[in-house]
Design a protein around this ligand. Structure first.
Ligand code: ADP
Ligand code: ZN
Ligand code: ZN
Length: 750
């Protein structure tokens, strides 16, 4: 006998009510038709009125007393509703990345906002043209001038703005009401959603694709119209015109009445970028970003749902735009870390995009000058179709790159942070009134304070990280914002030789002021961009040549074309190499290549100076030679040897708790259960690698202890099985009430 099947159903699909699920029995005759995401009709409440609900879970266990159990009436068939699609996608995310269904649903469905909508009223003529002409002559005979003015306008236009009628035609509300009562006109009220790209100046669109760009666009379009759907990767050097290619693809897809989602990392989603799309597609586009208010973001969601727009541009979360006729998803700067969610579910936008596209019959286009190893690996294997653009679109040349060995500078007693060569080049550009960008790589490290006598490093009391020195004289924790005053003597040994190490953006600025007192500088880092439009303002000021030198962190490498920049100086290229992370070399290569790509975008050729203590490192050499392929080959050797992605897959299990002994107990329990399961699988046994349990590299954050296990296996599905098994165990075991467990597949940061 088959077991009874029960369905968890949500009746109000909005984020604040997603926790409220109701269990119903699935009758045998429809069980083949009930899936996660199905729209069903159910009897609800005391009166058993029939309402709609969505299935979000299926199981064989009854969770409520039997006498309260009701049965689903029927499945609404053929309802390929966008909600069904998104719920289905949420389920896939839950299964593949580890999360509760509730967390997964909250990821794909936005928080409903009480929307303050502007009502825009219109007046429409009801009479047909003959009747209207008759009425017009009647009013003219009676010398009823207000009615004549209104009717004449309506005969020409059919519908006109209510406000305009009152202001421009100078007609009173009572005149309008009178005509409404006689059935001559009607007043329409239409909800107008806020449009973030409204009222912008449109420039003539002029660019003609070059042969390389055109052959890519043509190939894609040909595939598309032949019903071929797949994933494409455009590997195009910085400035090769990838964005123009995307736009050509988009134009063809929307001409075919389909919709497009275009993902761009938030940091690159600048005014300049948005305007390029706006100039071509006008108000058929909308944008989503964190600068919009919650209400504005919810409006964009509704506009997409109502078919008011065809193209949504935004960061990771724009992936869940409720387009019901999706044709294409583009992911620009595909390698960016921000495409991976840092909170549970820790999904990667690339994988979810490919899944959503597969579910809805859309294609996916990935693009980057420095593709992630994952994407390039799949492209080489033929899983993605690879396109390449090897030269810049506007005929400007790729910059010339030189490497400076900082150890030599030390030997020559150069105490500046600028090498002799970089300093000479900076002076030259300043003399020529050209612009300079100075890039300081400070990921995984920041100006920490230590004692030169005993080596003590100032750390946050709540987090296992070093404090950062700010020019205000305070030490700040970048994890929990804890602040304290910089001590005058070492708290451990009492020595007064306690000082900051390393070079932050502020330090670079100080050196510029000292060595080039007449140069005008702008600084871009987390301090100067904390206000709403801080980032945008700095970029605009620099584009308007209000400064000669822009100093910044990774933030400066994206989103703007600065034709007057002819020199990029990379102050210390290797800092990111020391990060405790298997992607450290890849990230260094990407940052250097992207930073170098800022130079020489205009008519003058650009130059790049990379200062480093590791001039022999392959990621630095490859970046200086613009040799992606060479970097890829070397890095893959390392990934294969160490069983890191994409050569293998990793599942990270993180247990955190306020009580260290609790965290320890839980991680040990999981480790035991996991080893037992893995050992049962005889043949596969040797293919698993288990590391840990151990402290996470950030072993304490906000007073919460963090313990970790790594599990590696070539086959992603094997890791998924382990995750499912552990999830079952966690739900069942009492011990996990006081700690939280998070899963992370193929992490982007350590
Ligand atoms: P990417 O996205 O690859 O960095 P973009 O699409 O931003 O490149 O193009 C870089 C610059 O080249 C932009 O200023 C763009 O307007 C210009 N450009 C792109 N394609 C062409 C073309 N076919 N003809 C002339 N200029 C072009
Ligand atoms: Zn000391
Ligand atoms: Zn802290």
């Amino acid at each position: 006998m088959e077991e009874i099947l029960y369905a968890d159903i949500i009746v109000d699909i909005s984020s604040e009510n997603l926790d409220r699920t109701y269990q119903y029995a699935v009758p045998d005759d429809i069980r083949e038709k009930v899936f996660i995401g199905s729209l069903v009709l159910i009897p609800f409440g005391r009166g058993n009125r029939v309402i709609k609900g969505y299935v979000v879970g299926l199981s064989n266990t009854l969770k409520i007393p039997e006498e309260f159990l009701k049965t689903i009436n029927e499945v609404v068939e053929g309802a390929l509703l966008i909600e069904s699609q998104l719920i289905h996608l949420a389920y896939w995310i839950k299964e593949n990345f580890g999360a509760t269904m509730n967390d997964a649903l909250k990821t794909v469905i936005p928080i409903k906002q009480s929307v303050k909508q502007k009502e825009k009223k219109k007046i429409r003529l009801i009479l047909d043209s003959d009747e209207a002409t008759d009425k017009l002559s009647e009013y003219q005979r009676k010398n009823n001038t207000a009615r004549v003015r209104l009717l004449q306008e309506l005969i020409n236009e059919n519908t006109i703005d209510y406000d305009l009628v009152i202001q421009k035609l100078n007609i009173s509300r009572s005149t309008i009401n009178g005509l409404v009562e006689q059935g001559i006109i009607e007043v329409l009220t239409k909800t107008v959603y806020r449009n973030p790209v409204e009222k912008k100046q449109i420039k003539e669109y002029q660019i003609v694709l070059n042969d390389c760009q055109k052959s890519i666009a043509d190939h894609f379009i040909n595939d598309y119209f032949n019903g071929i759907r797949k994933t494409y990767l455009i590997h195009g050097v910085t400035g090769s015109g990838k964005t123009e290619v995307y736009m050509e693809m988009i134009a063809n897809v929307i001409a075919n009445k389909k919709q497009v989602i275009m993902l761009i990392p938030e940091i690159a989603l600048t005014y300049q970028t948005v305007m390029r799309f706006y100039n071509r597609f006008s108000d058929r586009i909308s944008i989503m970003n964190s600068r919009l208010s919650k209400g504005e973001r919810y409006d964009q969601y509704l506009r997409a749902k109502n078919g008011e727009i065809d193209i949504m541009i935004g960061p990771r979360s724009a992936l869940f735009t409720p387009f019901s006729n999706l044709g294409l998803i583009i992911i620009d700067e595909e390698h960016e870390g921000s495409y991976k969610s840092e909170t549970t579910p820790k999904y990667h936008a690339r994988e979810v995009a490919i899944k959503r596209a597969e579910m809805t019959g859309a294609s996916v286009v990935l693009g980057s000058a420095t593709p992630s190893l994952e994407a390039y690996y799949k492209a080489i294997k033929g899983e993605y179709h690879l396109y390449t653009l090897t030269s810049r679109a506007n005929n400007s040349l790729l910059p010339e790159v030189s490497i400076v060995d900082l150890r030599e500078e030390l030997k020559n007693r150069n105490k500046s942070i600028f090498s002799t060569s970089l300093r000479e080049k900076m002076q030259d550009r300043l003399d020529k009134r050209q612009q300079i960008m100075l890039f300081i790589n400070r990921r995984g490290y920041a100006g920490f304070v230590s004692c030169r006598s005993c080596g003590h490093v100032m750390k946050c009391n709540h987090c296992d990280v070093s404090l950062t020195y700010h020019t205000s004289g305070k030490l700040v924790c970048h994890y929990c914002n804890h602040e304290e005053v910089m001590p005058k003597v070492c708290p451990v040994c009492g020595s007064k030789y306690i000082a900051t190490f390393g070079t932050g953006t502020q330090k670079v600025e100080e050196f510029v002021r000292k060595e080039f007192p007449r140069a005008r500088t702008l600084r871009m880092d987390t301090d100067t961009t904390s206000t709403k439009d801080g980032h945008e303002k700095i970029l605009t000021a620099f584009a308007n040549h209000e400064a000669d030198i822009l100093i910044g962190t990774q933030m400066i490498v994206k989103g703007h074309d600065f034709p007057k920049v002819t020199l990029v100086g990379i102050i210390a290229a290797d800092l990111s190499l020391y990060a405790n992370d298997y992607r450290a070399s890849e990230r260094t290569f990407q940052l250097l290549t992207q930073a170098a790509g800022r130079a020489g975008r205009g008519s003058e050729k650009g130059e790049v100076v990379i200062q480093t203590y590791n001039p022999e490192h392959y990621s630095i050499i490859a970046a200086s030679e613009n040799d992606y392929e060479g970097f890829y080959q070397k890095e893959m050797l390392y990934r294969s040897a160490m069983k890191y992605p994409p050569a293998s897959n990793i599942l990270v299990i993180l247990v955190s708790s306020k009580a260290e002994n609790k965290a320890e107990l839980c991680i040990n329990l999981l480790s035991g259960v996991m080893r037992e399961k893995v050992n049962r699988e005889d043949e596969e046994e040797s293919q698993y690698t288990i590391i840990g349990p151990t402290n996470a590299s950030l072993s304490k954050a906000n007073d919460i202890y963090r313990k970790i296990i790594y599990l590696k296996h070539e086959n992603y599905d094997k890791l998924k099985d382990v995750k499912n098994y552990l999830e079952g165990y966690i739900n069942f075991s009492e011990h996990f009430k006081l700690c939280s467990v998070q899963f992370d597949f193929n992490p982007m940061s350590s």
